[in-house]
Design a protein around this ligand. Structure first.
Ligand SMILES: C[S@@+](CC[C@H](N)C(=O)[O-])C[C@H]1O[C@@H](n2cnc3c(N)ncnc32)[C@H](O)[C@@H]1O
Length: 259
Protein backbone atom coordinates (compact mmCIF):
# COMPACT_ATOMS: atom_id res chain seq x y z
CA UNK A 1 0.00 0.00 0.00
CA UNK A 2 1.26 3.46 -0.92
CA UNK A 3 1.64 5.82 2.06
CA UNK A 4 1.57 9.57 1.65
CA UNK A 5 4.38 10.01 4.23
CA UNK A 6 6.74 8.56 1.59
CA UNK A 7 5.74 11.04 -1.13
CA UNK A 8 7.06 14.53 -1.74
CA UNK A 9 6.19 17.15 -4.33
CA UNK A 10 9.13 16.86 -6.81
CA UNK A 11 8.87 20.58 -7.55
CA UNK A 12 9.09 21.80 -3.94
CA UNK A 13 9.79 18.69 -1.79
CA UNK A 14 6.73 19.58 0.30
CA UNK A 15 4.49 16.88 1.78
CA UNK A 16 1.68 15.41 -0.30
CA UNK A 17 -1.69 13.89 0.60
CA UNK A 18 -3.08 10.92 -1.32
CA UNK A 19 -6.65 11.19 -2.53
CA UNK A 20 -8.77 8.92 -4.75
CA UNK A 21 -7.77 10.77 -7.91
CA UNK A 22 -4.07 11.23 -7.11
CA UNK A 23 -1.78 13.19 -4.80
CA UNK A 24 -2.26 16.80 -3.81
CA UNK A 25 0.13 19.34 -2.32
CA UNK A 26 -1.87 20.97 0.51
CA UNK A 27 0.52 23.95 0.56
CA UNK A 28 -0.21 25.10 -3.00
CA UNK A 29 -3.13 22.92 -4.16
CA UNK A 30 -1.15 21.32 -7.01
CA UNK A 31 -2.57 17.95 -8.11
CA UNK A 32 -0.70 14.90 -9.43
CA UNK A 33 -3.18 12.46 -10.98
CA UNK A 34 -3.32 8.69 -11.32
CA UNK A 35 -3.03 7.75 -15.00
CA UNK A 36 -3.28 4.20 -16.39
CA UNK A 37 -1.97 2.62 -13.15
CA UNK A 38 0.81 5.08 -12.25
CA UNK A 39 0.97 8.38 -10.38
CA UNK A 40 1.98 11.15 -12.80
CA UNK A 41 4.32 13.82 -11.44
CA UNK A 42 4.98 15.49 -14.78
CA UNK A 43 3.41 16.51 -18.05
CA UNK A 44 5.34 15.10 -21.00
CA UNK A 45 5.01 18.42 -22.81
CA UNK A 46 7.15 19.99 -20.06
CA UNK A 47 10.15 17.69 -20.68
CA UNK A 48 13.09 19.60 -22.15
CA UNK A 49 16.52 19.01 -23.70
CA UNK A 50 17.89 15.51 -23.73
CA UNK A 51 15.04 14.24 -21.53
CA UNK A 52 12.53 15.27 -24.16
CA UNK A 53 14.49 13.60 -26.93
CA UNK A 54 14.73 10.25 -25.12
CA UNK A 55 11.17 10.44 -23.78
CA UNK A 56 10.04 10.61 -27.40
CA UNK A 57 12.33 7.74 -28.39
CA UNK A 58 11.06 5.47 -25.60
CA UNK A 59 7.43 6.35 -26.28
CA UNK A 60 8.04 5.30 -29.90
CA UNK A 61 9.75 2.01 -29.14
CA UNK A 62 7.91 1.01 -25.93
CA UNK A 63 5.77 -1.67 -27.59
CA UNK A 64 8.79 -3.40 -29.13
CA UNK A 65 11.30 -2.79 -26.33
CA UNK A 66 10.79 -5.97 -24.33
CA UNK A 67 10.58 -8.37 -27.25
CA UNK A 68 13.58 -6.97 -29.11
CA UNK A 69 15.61 -6.94 -25.88
CA UNK A 70 14.68 -10.54 -25.15
CA UNK A 71 15.89 -11.59 -28.55
CA UNK A 72 19.12 -9.63 -28.19
CA UNK A 73 19.82 -11.01 -24.69
CA UNK A 74 19.15 -14.55 -25.89
CA UNK A 75 21.59 -14.21 -28.78
CA UNK A 76 24.27 -12.26 -26.97
CA UNK A 77 24.15 -13.52 -23.36
CA UNK A 78 22.26 -16.81 -23.51
CA UNK A 79 19.13 -15.26 -22.01
CA UNK A 80 17.78 -12.27 -20.13
CA UNK A 81 18.50 -13.64 -16.68
CA UNK A 82 22.20 -14.13 -17.34
CA UNK A 83 22.36 -10.55 -18.69
CA UNK A 84 20.48 -8.87 -15.82
CA UNK A 85 22.03 -10.86 -12.99
CA UNK A 86 25.46 -9.51 -13.93
CA UNK A 87 24.53 -6.14 -12.43
CA UNK A 88 21.51 -6.99 -10.22
CA UNK A 89 23.70 -9.36 -8.20
CA UNK A 90 25.51 -6.23 -6.92
CA UNK A 91 22.40 -5.24 -4.93
CA UNK A 92 22.11 -6.06 -1.25
CA UNK A 93 18.60 -7.46 -1.23
CA UNK A 94 16.85 -8.89 1.78
CA UNK A 95 13.21 -9.62 2.51
CA UNK A 96 10.93 -6.80 3.66
CA UNK A 97 12.87 -4.02 1.96
CA UNK A 98 11.60 -0.94 0.16
CA UNK A 99 13.27 -1.07 -3.27
CA UNK A 100 13.40 1.76 -5.85
CA UNK A 101 14.43 1.53 -9.51
CA UNK A 102 14.79 4.86 -11.29
CA UNK A 103 14.07 4.60 -15.05
CA UNK A 104 12.18 1.37 -14.49
CA UNK A 105 11.09 1.19 -18.15
CA UNK A 106 8.71 -1.71 -18.70
CA UNK A 107 9.62 -3.20 -15.31
CA UNK A 108 11.91 -5.87 -16.73
CA UNK A 109 14.37 -6.01 -13.82
CA UNK A 110 11.68 -6.69 -11.21
CA UNK A 111 11.11 -10.41 -11.93
CA UNK A 112 14.82 -11.01 -11.49
CA UNK A 113 14.76 -9.43 -8.02
CA UNK A 114 11.73 -11.35 -6.90
CA UNK A 115 12.92 -14.71 -8.17
CA UNK A 116 14.81 -14.93 -4.91
CA UNK A 117 12.35 -16.21 -2.30
CA UNK A 118 13.85 -14.07 0.46
CA UNK A 119 12.89 -10.94 -1.48
CA UNK A 120 9.28 -11.94 -1.88
CA UNK A 121 8.02 -9.53 0.76
CA UNK A 122 9.86 -6.48 -0.57
CA UNK A 123 7.92 -3.41 -1.71
CA UNK A 124 8.86 -2.42 -5.25
CA UNK A 125 8.82 1.18 -6.56
CA UNK A 126 9.63 2.25 -10.10
CA UNK A 127 9.82 5.67 -11.75
CA UNK A 128 10.18 6.51 -15.44
CA UNK A 129 9.78 9.54 -17.69
CA UNK A 130 7.96 7.70 -20.52
CA UNK A 131 4.22 7.00 -20.39
CA UNK A 132 4.68 4.41 -23.14
CA UNK A 133 7.17 2.42 -21.07
CA UNK A 134 5.08 2.76 -17.90
CA UNK A 135 1.98 1.43 -19.66
CA UNK A 136 4.03 -1.61 -20.69
CA UNK A 137 5.21 -1.95 -17.08
CA UNK A 138 1.61 -1.95 -15.79
CA UNK A 139 0.72 -4.67 -18.30
CA UNK A 140 3.83 -6.76 -17.60
CA UNK A 141 3.44 -6.62 -13.82
CA UNK A 142 -0.14 -7.83 -14.14
CA UNK A 143 1.01 -10.71 -16.31
CA UNK A 144 3.86 -11.61 -13.95
CA UNK A 145 1.53 -11.30 -10.91
CA UNK A 146 3.94 -8.83 -9.33
CA UNK A 147 2.98 -5.71 -7.41
CA UNK A 148 4.89 -2.46 -7.71
CA UNK A 149 4.13 1.23 -7.24
CA UNK A 150 4.79 3.14 -10.45
CA UNK A 151 5.43 6.85 -10.98
CA UNK A 152 5.96 9.09 -13.95
CA UNK A 153 8.61 11.72 -13.39
CA UNK A 154 12.24 12.58 -13.99
CA UNK A 155 15.00 10.79 -12.14
CA UNK A 156 16.50 14.24 -11.53
CA UNK A 157 13.61 15.23 -9.17
CA UNK A 158 12.30 12.21 -7.30
CA UNK A 159 8.86 12.49 -5.64
CA UNK A 160 10.01 10.81 -2.43
CA UNK A 161 10.97 11.70 1.12
CA UNK A 162 14.68 11.71 2.10
CA UNK A 163 16.21 8.51 3.57
CA UNK A 164 13.27 6.26 2.59
CA UNK A 165 14.57 3.29 0.57
CA UNK A 166 16.64 0.24 1.57
CA UNK A 167 17.75 -0.41 -2.00
CA UNK A 168 18.07 2.15 -4.83
CA UNK A 169 19.35 1.33 -8.29
CA UNK A 170 19.31 2.46 -11.90
CA UNK A 171 19.80 0.54 -15.16
CA UNK A 172 20.10 1.81 -18.68
CA UNK A 173 19.13 5.48 -19.01
CA UNK A 174 21.40 7.80 -17.06
CA UNK A 175 24.02 8.34 -19.82
CA UNK A 176 21.39 10.29 -21.74
CA UNK A 177 19.67 12.23 -18.96
CA UNK A 178 19.56 16.02 -19.18
CA UNK A 179 21.27 16.14 -15.77
CA UNK A 180 22.90 12.84 -14.72
CA UNK A 181 24.59 14.45 -11.72
CA UNK A 182 21.24 15.56 -10.28
CA UNK A 183 19.94 12.01 -10.80
CA UNK A 184 22.84 10.54 -8.80
CA UNK A 185 22.27 13.04 -5.97
CA UNK A 186 18.55 12.23 -5.92
CA UNK A 187 19.21 8.49 -5.66
CA UNK A 188 21.45 9.22 -2.69
CA UNK A 189 18.94 11.60 -1.08
CA UNK A 190 16.12 9.04 -1.01
CA UNK A 191 18.31 6.08 0.09
CA UNK A 192 18.54 5.28 3.79
CA UNK A 193 21.98 5.80 5.36
CA UNK A 194 24.07 2.63 4.93
CA UNK A 195 22.33 1.67 1.64
CA UNK A 196 24.41 0.26 -1.20
CA UNK A 197 23.41 1.94 -4.49
CA UNK A 198 24.00 0.63 -8.00
CA UNK A 199 24.11 2.40 -11.38
CA UNK A 200 24.51 0.42 -14.60
CA UNK A 201 24.44 1.70 -18.16
CA UNK A 202 26.00 1.17 -21.57
CA UNK A 203 29.71 1.60 -22.19
CA UNK A 204 30.96 3.41 -25.29
CA UNK A 205 31.60 -0.02 -26.76
CA UNK A 206 27.87 -0.79 -26.87
CA UNK A 207 26.75 2.69 -27.89
CA UNK A 208 29.20 3.02 -30.76
CA UNK A 209 29.38 -0.64 -31.78
CA UNK A 210 25.73 -1.71 -31.69
CA UNK A 211 23.29 1.17 -31.29
CA UNK A 212 24.87 3.01 -34.18
CA UNK A 213 23.66 0.16 -36.43
CA UNK A 214 20.07 -0.31 -35.19
CA UNK A 215 17.38 1.41 -37.29
CA UNK A 216 15.03 3.73 -35.29
CA UNK A 217 17.56 3.95 -32.45
CA UNK A 218 20.70 4.88 -34.38
CA UNK A 219 19.82 8.53 -34.98
CA UNK A 220 19.65 9.02 -31.20
CA UNK A 221 23.10 7.61 -30.59
CA UNK A 222 24.92 8.91 -33.67
CA UNK A 223 28.67 9.15 -33.07
CA UNK A 224 28.03 7.66 -29.60
CA UNK A 225 26.09 10.54 -28.02
CA UNK A 226 28.04 12.50 -25.41
CA UNK A 227 28.50 10.18 -22.47
CA UNK A 228 29.05 11.57 -19.00
CA UNK A 229 32.06 10.45 -16.97
CA UNK A 230 29.80 8.72 -14.44
CA UNK A 231 32.39 7.79 -11.86
CA UNK A 232 33.27 11.48 -11.50
CA UNK A 233 29.64 12.22 -10.58
CA UNK A 234 29.70 10.09 -7.42
CA UNK A 235 30.21 12.47 -4.44
CA UNK A 236 33.55 11.98 -2.65
CA UNK A 237 31.89 11.24 0.70
CA UNK A 238 30.35 8.01 -0.68
CA UNK A 239 31.96 4.82 0.61
CA UNK A 240 33.14 1.62 -1.11
CA UNK A 241 32.94 3.11 -4.63
CA UNK A 242 33.55 0.41 -7.24
CA UNK A 243 33.45 0.48 -11.04
CA UNK A 244 33.42 -2.63 -13.16
CA UNK A 245 32.50 -3.60 -16.67
CA UNK A 246 30.02 -6.46 -17.06
CA UNK A 247 28.05 -8.10 -19.88
CA UNK A 248 31.11 -8.61 -22.12
CA UNK A 249 32.26 -5.03 -21.53
CA UNK A 250 29.03 -3.60 -22.96
CA UNK A 251 27.75 -2.29 -19.60
CA UNK A 252 29.42 -0.57 -16.65
CA UNK A 253 28.23 -1.15 -13.12
CA UNK A 254 29.04 1.37 -10.37
CA UNK A 255 28.28 0.56 -6.74
CA UNK A 256 28.78 2.70 -3.65
CA UNK A 257 27.46 3.02 -0.12
CA UNK A 258 25.72 6.05 1.40
CA UNK A 259 27.44 6.86 4.72
C1 LIG B 1 17.10 1.39 -21.69
S1 LIG B 1 15.64 1.79 -20.81
C2 LIG B 1 15.96 0.88 -19.32
C3 LIG B 1 14.71 0.35 -18.68
C4 LIG B 1 14.94 -0.63 -17.53
N1 LIG B 1 15.68 0.01 -16.47
C5 LIG B 1 15.67 -1.85 -18.01
O1 LIG B 1 16.73 -2.18 -17.47
O2 LIG B 1 15.12 -2.54 -18.90
C6 LIG B 1 15.94 3.48 -20.31
C7 LIG B 1 14.74 4.11 -19.63
O3 LIG B 1 15.14 5.40 -19.12
C8 LIG B 1 14.00 6.23 -19.15
N2 LIG B 1 14.42 7.62 -18.98
C9 LIG B 1 15.10 8.39 -19.87
N3 LIG B 1 15.34 9.60 -19.34
C10 LIG B 1 14.81 9.61 -18.09
C11 LIG B 1 14.79 10.56 -17.02
N4 LIG B 1 15.35 11.77 -17.15
N5 LIG B 1 14.17 10.23 -15.87
C12 LIG B 1 13.60 9.00 -15.73
N6 LIG B 1 13.62 8.05 -16.69
C13 LIG B 1 14.23 8.34 -17.86
C14 LIG B 1 13.37 5.88 -20.49
O4 LIG B 1 12.03 6.28 -20.60
C15 LIG B 1 13.54 4.36 -20.52
O5 LIG B 1 12.42 3.68 -20.02
Amino acid sequence: MLHDQLLRDPNTYEELKLEGTGAVNPANGRQYPWKHGYLAFMEEADAAGSNRKYLELYNRIARFYRLSNKLYFALKFGGERSYREQFLSALELRGGQRVLETSVGSGDNFPYLNMKAENAQSELYGLDISSGMLKQAVRNLRRWKLEAHLFQGTAERLPFQDNSFDCVYHVGGINCFSDPHAAVLEMIRVAKPGTRLMIADETQKLVKGTYGKVPVVKGYFAEGADMPEMLGLIPPEMLEVEYKEVCKGLMYCITFRKP
